[in-house]
Design a protein around this ligand. Structure first.
Ligand code: ZN
Length: 410
């Protein structure tokens, strides 16, 4: 077998494409393969697929392919243009690459696999011997393909949430499919226009079949859901509510600690995380630490008790029982004599009709919270995101469950 035949088989080059020349440049550790298309043949129009006459050939282009052993391998070709009656003079598609990429489909496929295996853009770029911008380009094309391939299926439950990016100075709005555990869309900011953008990734049919959406109390999310999702019930997210309760516990702790320290009482010193932790997650040491605190003697104990009690709200199966539980909790919270707790209790009462919906719909933003750790990891292992577009691409690439491979395997 000669070297042209060897490469023809390895690359899967099919008639009438031919290998014209192979140059081995050992000093540069590179292989260059020159492909050509016979001028006498006809070719397919990229738009309608009709067989058309070849018009001319474009200037030479190059694509990086999978390495040949340790050698970087490049394909070069002057792609023919055909004359189509309907579409005029158009450049033919090539079987080895797509989407204006400077890499072959097989190379992009490998890059996608490496990125998903390492979850690390720097490592993948180093292994593939390509630049940072090239890695971002491959991810961008992969996400674009994936989004185009999404279909119109019914997505019954959504979650909408905000994330901070660029050191917390800016916000992004993230729309998730809570049952499918995937991110649907990410938009910059958390205002009306961002909310419109994320909802508009859904078709009208999809919008009309959403039954419930989980969210914080943020007004723009609320208004957006009412505008875009006519049949969706709003469910205020349990995790956000518990976060507000935690903030109230912490505010009480801080205040009380300051008062105690005035008389050199160190009871609450170093107890911040113990008091913020969910009781059922305590370790053996934390349990005894907590017992020694004698919490019922403290003001923060009253806040802590209200928070632990509130957790039960989401355990009810019947709405009526949940309502009577909340009424009792509300009475106890508003009689706690603790301003931060009373404030949260009043806020929960105001929004209660969209909190109690959980009993029927049982959705939360847990998945959206979970993607924080993925984002943290991507950020920590690479050079951050630099701009919003890279941030959006990374979230959709790693958390979008998209079908991202180039169509052809060759
Ligand atoms: Zn055509």
């Amino acid at each position: 077998m000669d070297d042209k035949e060897l490469y023809r088989q390895i690359l899967g080059i099919v008639e009438p494409w031919k290998i014209a020349e192979i140059n081995l440049e050992i000093s540069k550790q590179e292989v260059h393969i020159y492909l050509e298309y016979p001028a006498k043949k006809t070719g397919n129009c990229p738009t309608c697929g009709k067989d058309c006459k070849i018009h001319d050939k474009r200037e030479g282009r190059s694509w990086r392919h999978l390495d040949t052993c340790q050698l970087k391998t490049f394909i070069h070709c002057r792609i023919p243009r055909v004359i189509c009656q309907e579409h005029k003079i158009v450049t033919m598609n090539v079987p080895w690459s797509s989407d204006q990429s400077r890499f072959t489909n097989l190379f992009e496929r490998l890059a996608i696999n490496l990125l998903q295996a390492t979850k690390n853009r720097s490592t993948a770029a180093a292994l593939l011997r390509i630049s940072w911008d090239e890695i971002n380009g491959i991810m961008g094309r992969a996400v674009k393909r994936g989004l185009l391939r999404r279909n119109d299926e019914v997505i019954p439950c959504l979650g909408i949430d905000e994330k901070s990016f660029l050191k917390g100075h800016r916000y992004a709005t993230v729309l998730t499919d809570t049952q499918g555990a995937r991110v649907l869309e990410v938009a910059e900011n958390r205002d009306k226009s961002a909310v419109d953008t994320v909802f508009n990734c859904l078709s009208n049919k999809q919008k009309e079949t959403v039954t419930a959406i989980s969210m914080d109390f943020w007004q723009a999310f609320n208004t957006g859901a009412k505008t875009h999702l006519p049949t969706a019930v709003i469910v205020h997210d349990k995790f956000h509510i518990m976060k507000y309760m935690n903030e109230a516990v912490d505010a009480v702790r801080k205040q009380e600690h300051r008062t105690l320290m005035k008389s050199k009482d160190e009871t609450l010193k170093g107890k911040k995380y113990l008091l913020l932790k969910n009781r059922k997650d305590f370790t053996q040491d934390e349990r005894s630490d907590f017992r020694n605190l004698n919490i019922n003697q403290l003001a923060v104990g009253r806040a802590w008790n209200r928070r632990e009690l509130l957790r039960h709200l989401w355990e009810y199966t019947y709405e009526k029982s949940a309502r009577s539980f909340f009424a009792k909790w509300y009475f106890s919270a508003t009689h706690s004599r603790l301003e931060p707790v009373i404030k949260i209790a009043k806020m929960l009462k105001k929004h209660f009709e969209n909190i109690v919906t959980f009993i029927k719909h049982r959705i939360t933003n847990a998945f959206a919270e979970g993607i924080n750790s993925v984002i943290q990891h991507i950020k920590a292992t690479a050079r951050g995101f630099r701009n919003f577009q890279n941030y959006r691409t990374a979230i959709l690439f790693f958390c979008g469950k998209l079908d991202m491979y180039p169509q052809e395997s060759r």
